[in-house]
Structures are given as C-alpha cells and as structure tokens.
Write a protein that binds this ligand. Structure first.
Ligand SMILES: [Zn+2]
Length: 393
C-alpha cells in the first residue's frame, strides 16, 4: 500500500534559485512537447517520446541541470494528460484542450525512484543539493517518489509517496457510524459530536476580510501584489489546519473502531442538492472519507459506505419513519417514544445499515472501492489556489 507524507522544506537562497530553475526548465519541456503533439491524432508510444529527450538536452544545455528522471516525468505527465483527453474524446465527451503553462504556473517537479535521499533532516536532491526539511512524522517504508512543490506564497514542500507494509491494529470489538452534517462537523453513533474547528472558522473569517481589502487595492500596485501573497498565506494556513484536523479525526476513528460506517457522499449530495446545494459542497467531507478509507485499509479495519436514504428520517430504535424538515434538530418518535438528537439518530441508522450490509452481503469486510488519489498534493488541497489570476510578470 502507498502512504503519503508531506513536509516543509527550507531551501537556502541558492537552492531556491536552483529549484525555480528546475521548475522553469520542466515547464519549457512540457510546453515544447505539448506544442509538438497537440495536433497529432495518435499520441506516440511512451518510450518513443522518452527517446526524444537526449536531443532536446543537447539543444538546450540548461536541461542538463535537471535530474534525468525529473525530465522523464514531465513527459509522462503530459503523456497521461493527452491520453486522458483523447480517451474522453473517444467516449464522446466534450473536452477542452491542454494549455501551455505560463511562467510561474508550473509548480511541481518529481524525483522518481532515484536521485533523492533523506539523511539527517535534509532532503538530498541530485542537481540541487541538501535541503533542510522538517520531518514532523516518522517515515515508515520505502520512499518511491518525491514531489517538490512551490506554494503560491513561496513556501516549499516535499510530498513523499511511500510504499509501506500495512500495520494491522488489534481488534477493539467496537463499531461506529458517522453522520456528516452541516450543524457540526460530524456526529457519531455514540452521540459524540465534533464541531468545526474554531481556529479554522476564525481563519476563514480572516480570509474574507483580506479578500475585501484586496478589492480596494489599485490594479498593478505593489500593495496589491503584497495583498495577493497575504491571501495566499491565509489560504495555505487554512489548508494546513484542515488537513491536520482531518488526519487526527480519521486516525482517531480508525484506531478505536473495527468498523467505521459513513454515508455514500455522492448519493447524499445528489439527494440534498435540490434544496441545499451550497452547504453540501463542503469538499473536506470527501477528503475526510478518503483519509478514513486509506487509514482503514492500512490498519485492516472495515470501512463501509451506505446508502443515505432515510437515515435521517427513520427511528433508530423502532424503524418508524419520522419525517422532519432540515431545521428540526430533534428526532421524536411517536411510535416508541425515542427522543434523540437528529444527527445522533442518523449516525446509529448508518451503523445499523452498514452492519446489515456487512453481515448479509459481504462476509469478508472488504473496503469499498474509492477513487485513488491522483497526486498526493492535489488530494490534500481543499481550497482553490489563491490569487489564481496572478502571474509573475
Ligand atoms: Zn421509534
């Protein structure tokens, strides 16, 4: 199984220059081949493409400063993009086209299999040097890939894709259902409530204020540029905090329960979008579920997604349907007299549905299929990139 880690890098000025240079060379390589293939109907085989690199390097000696695997990866990425696009086209979907990357818009380069090592709080990268790294977690397993990313605010991060042995946890004999809701972050079948982190809410407020300030700055002015960076920083802090919060929460549930049940979000969103499209669009829910899935898989836990139909309305004690509007916070069953918090009742229903499903349909507790993370960085990003219209002149 793969595990992802993300750490902050602290390059020196000289190293940063090298890294920016690498990004820009990758960008040019990407654009060069995009230009060459954008019109071709059939994308040539991957290894034919690869064989074109040496000639490119001869023509552009600056490419010598980029690790060979990094250059290769640029082509593979472009190749995958083109293939994906063609594939959708063949299926008759309407597709756009790949665009050239402008200066500063290429943000990640990759070291694949070779050319890197982590030694004593330093990330050694061939062609770049030994970059100080803050390893706030122990890396368990073999590092297969390193993604180096520059954030909008100018901070650098390394994301490691690590092949690790699953760590089977001891059984706890406990099972839990989780109701994701708007009122709180979640409510579980024990009646435990987790609220949206206060700090996060405060940062979101701050973001709004900073964005308002931006609208008052003169176009093209220095202070506007500064403000754009300030906003990018707040965005990143929100992303960091949220990721942290979700990691802790998903770890808590995986460690303490043999089985974790949630609602199938895709279905839930469809059901709610009719009258409540704005709130259900909270993308952090799907990230949370993804994290739960990966952690459960790694720990040998069962993770079950259930159809959300009637989980809110049904009485968790007697099964009687008690219709309630969205603003009714309490479940009151006229049939059996159960009075309970609405979301707590829903969480119990979710758990019961999962147990039914696991017991009758799946004797083995197989985790349900999930969309794989395309990229450890993308998967972890919750907010749109800040100031996306901003480009370095
Ligand atoms: Zn009842």
């Amino acid at each position: 199984m793969n595990r992802n880690y993300r750490f902050r890098l602290y390059p020196s000025k000289a190293q940063e220059m090298e890294m920016l240079e690498t990004l820009d060379e990758c960008r040019k390589l990407y654009n060069h081949f995009l230009d060459e293939w954008k019109e071709t109907e059939k994308v040539p085989p991957k290894y034919d493409l690869q064989s074109k690199i040496p000639a490119m390097v001869k023509k552009h000696p600056a490419l010598e400063n980029v690790h060979s695997k990094t250059r290769q990866y640029v082509l593979w990425q472009l190749y995958a993009n083109l293939r994906g696009l063609r594939g959708s086209k063949e299926k008759g979907r309407k597709v756009g086209r790949l665009r050239f990357k402008k200066y500063g818009r290429y943000k990640t380069f990759v070291y694949n299999q070779t050319g890197f090592a982590v030694i004593d709080n330093k990330l050694h990268l061939t062609k770049i040097g030994e970059i100080p790294i803050r390893l706030h977690r122990e890396i368990k397993g073999k590092i297969k890939q390193v993604y180096v990313k520059r954030e909008q605010s100018g901070r650098w991060f390394a994301a490691f894709s690590v092949e690790a042995e699953p760590e089977k946890l001891d059984t706890t004999g406990k099972k839990i259902g989780i109701d994701l809701n708007i009122q709180n972050y979640l409510t579980d079948s024990n009646g435990e409530r987790v609220e949206h982190p206060h700090e996060l809410l405060k940062l979101e407020e701050r973001l709004k204020i900073e964005q308002k300030k931006l609208s008052r700055k003169k176009k093209g002015s220095k202070s506007r540029l500064k403000q754009i960076f300030r906003i990018a920083r707040v965005h990143e802090r929100i992303t960091d905090r949220r990721r942290d919060f979700l990691h802790k929460l998903s770890r808590y549930y995986t460690e303490n329960y043999d089985l974790v049940a949630v609602e199938d979000l895709a279905v839930k969103e469809m059901m709610q979008s009719a009258y409540n499209s704005k709130n259900t669009a909270d993308s952090s829910w799907s990230t949370f579920i993804q994290m739960l899935f990966y952690k459960a898989e790694g720990a040998g836990r069962a993770f079950v997604k259930v159809d959300p139909k009637n989980t809110t309305q049904n009485c968790s004690r007697c099964g009687n349907r008690v219709y309630k509007q969205i603003w009714v916070r309490e479940h009151r069953c006229p049939a059996c007299g159960l009075v309970m918090d609405r979301d707590h009742n829903a969480a119990i229903n979710i758990l019961n549905k999962a147990l039914l499903e696991v017991g009758s349909v799946r004797p083995e507790l197989t985790p349900v299929e999930m969309r794989p993370l395309l990229h450890p960085m993308d998967g972890a990003s919750f907010v749109k990139e800040a100031g996306s219209s901003f480009q370095k002149p």
